[in-house]
Design a protein around this ligand. Structure first.
Ligand code: GAP
Length: 446
């Protein structure tokens, strides 16, 4: 079978327009013209990203007794990045066009002969190394002694704290440490909306195992667990692949690696990397700091350096994936019997920013408006809900476009019989449900 090269059910223009129109994602500091590689999450985007992070946290922390939570600082001692190898080797090769002044990543160019933007031959400079770590200075002096970096990954905070954590949490390998937090990379060519950005969030899990021969099994178990997660949250199997890295594609110390990739409208892109990193990271910090980060096994009276299995996922990329994957355009018939097209985000209920919208059929009927408000308030402790009023067709359209699984309409009959109309997003089927039983009805279906 020939693999598809791009996802064709939606274009990036449609996604970015919807994200802006409905308040998912805006360019950062837009009133000043924006800043390349930085984005802000609007009211719905903030909820979407939080739900993605909560879903990750649920699988990797809440439902496990062998993983502990962690939250380290963004700025760490600069030596951290010497030990990790980022100071020496976290580079991209950069090429400038002397003619149009555009800048490219050398590995994104097909040839170094001709500028892909202005077409000028022989105008490109030789590739130069460019370190991707963002620099800042700590304290009132801006000299080299104050130099610090914004972390390019959250992982190192967990490595340098390995001993603090296992001793205080009283954990013995196999066990893991999980963290979600901001990371920064001075990407040369940010792009594809929120896919490649300069400030982003990572969800990383560092799982430490004893060198007792079960490390590959454990790695494979994590690959399976992460596969299950994407499937549980409804990502289409046909647009997801788990690419096993060949030995020449892995760092020299890594025994195995898998990239989780999604088929975006521009082609395959990485969402997450899962790696068997051996003892490389703890060894590197022990060597530079001179501090012991081995594990002492009281029972066996032996000490060893645990082997690390890492899963590192980008939360912005995953949120973008959820948005793209959920997007569908379909022909339908509106309440007046007219054929029309609807855009619907078929989010998994846990991912949907709003779970239920409650409408008053009419704006100018105080009885209906009041009743709808009372019903919406009663749902609030259980589900993220929203009140709206007006033309039902337009209200459905808006909620479909933001992926709300259920809409509840309060109409004139409600005042008589205490029942409301519940409409389900995907099937558009409607049911009459007693307002008293609404929360239970929705809970069963969400
Ligand atoms: N600690 C391992 C690590 O950081 P990585 O493959 O460099 O591994 C992990 O990054 C994930 O972080 C990526 O798969 C991606 O989802 C996300 N990520 C990395 N750079 C990013 C960027 N510039 N913009 C958005 N997400 C990024």
């Amino acid at each position: 079978m020939i693999e598809p090269q791009v996802a064709t059910h939606v274009t990036m223009d449609e996604i970015t327009a919807l994200a802006k129109r409905r308040g998912f994602i805006f360019p950062s500091s837009e009133i000043y013209g924006g800043i390349n590689g930085f984005w802000d999450y609007g009211p719905l985007g903030a909820l979407l990203k939080r739900n993605v992070k909560d879903a990750w946290w649920r699988q990797n922390v809440d439902l496990r007794d062998d993983v502990v939570a962690f939250d380290s600082s963004i700025i760490m001692h600069p030596e951290t990045w010497v030990a990790s190898g980022h100071v020496a080797a976290f580079h991209d090769k950069l090429v400038d066009c002397r003619h149009c002044k555009h800048r490219f990543r050398a590995d994104h160019l097909q040839s170094l002969d001709q500028c892909p933007d202005c077409g000028m031959r022989g105008s490109l400079t030789e590739p130069r190394n460019f370190n991707l770590m963002m620099k800042t200075s700590v304290g009132p002096m801006e000299d080299s002694a104050a130099l610090a970096y914004l972390r390019p990954e959250t992982a190192q905070g967990m490595f340098v704290n390995f001993k603090n954590i296992y001793q205080t949490a009283r954990k013995k390998p196999p066990f893991g440490i999980a963290q979600i937090g901001k990371s920064f990379r001075n990407e040369i060519t940010p792009g594809n909306f929120t896919f490649r950005i300069r400030e982003f969030e990572q969800a990383e899990l560092e799982y430490f195992v004893a060198p007792d021969g079960n490390d590959m099994e454990c790695y494979e178990e994590w690959v399976r667990a992460r596969k299950q997660w994407y499937s549980d949250y409804g990502i289409k199997e046909s647009r997801l692949r788990f690419y096993e890295l060949k030995p020449e594609e892995r760092p020299h110390y890594a025994k195995a690696g898998t990239d989780v990739e999604y088929l975006f409208p521009w082609g395959w892109g990485e969402l997450e990397s899962i790696a068997h990193r051996g003892t490389y990271d703890l060894d590197a910090h022990m060597k530079l700091s001179g501090k012991d980060l081995t594990y002492y096994d009281e029972a066996a009276k032996t000490k060893y350096t645990p082997i690390l299995i890492e899963s590192s996922a980008g939360m912005d990329r995953t949120a973008l994936t959820m948005l793209i994957d959920a997007y569908e355009k379909e022909k339908t018939v509106d309440p007046n019997g007219k054929e029309t097209e609807r855009v619907v985000l078929r989010f998994h209920p846990r991912i949907a920013p709003i779970k239920v919208a409650v409408f008053s059929l009419a704006r100018n009927k105080p009885d209906l408006v009041e009743r709808a408000h009372i019903i919406e308030h009663a749902l609030r402790p259980f589900f993220r809900s929203q009140y709206d009023e007006g033309n039902i067709g337009q209200l459905y359209r808006r909620q479909d476009e933001i992926g709300t699984p259920f809409c509840v309409t309060v109409d004139y009959d409600t005042l008589e019989d205490g029942a409301v109309t519940v409409r389900e997003r995907d099937s558009m089927e409607q049911a009459r449900v007693s307002a008293d039983q609404l929360a239970g009805y929705l809970a069963d279906r969400l």
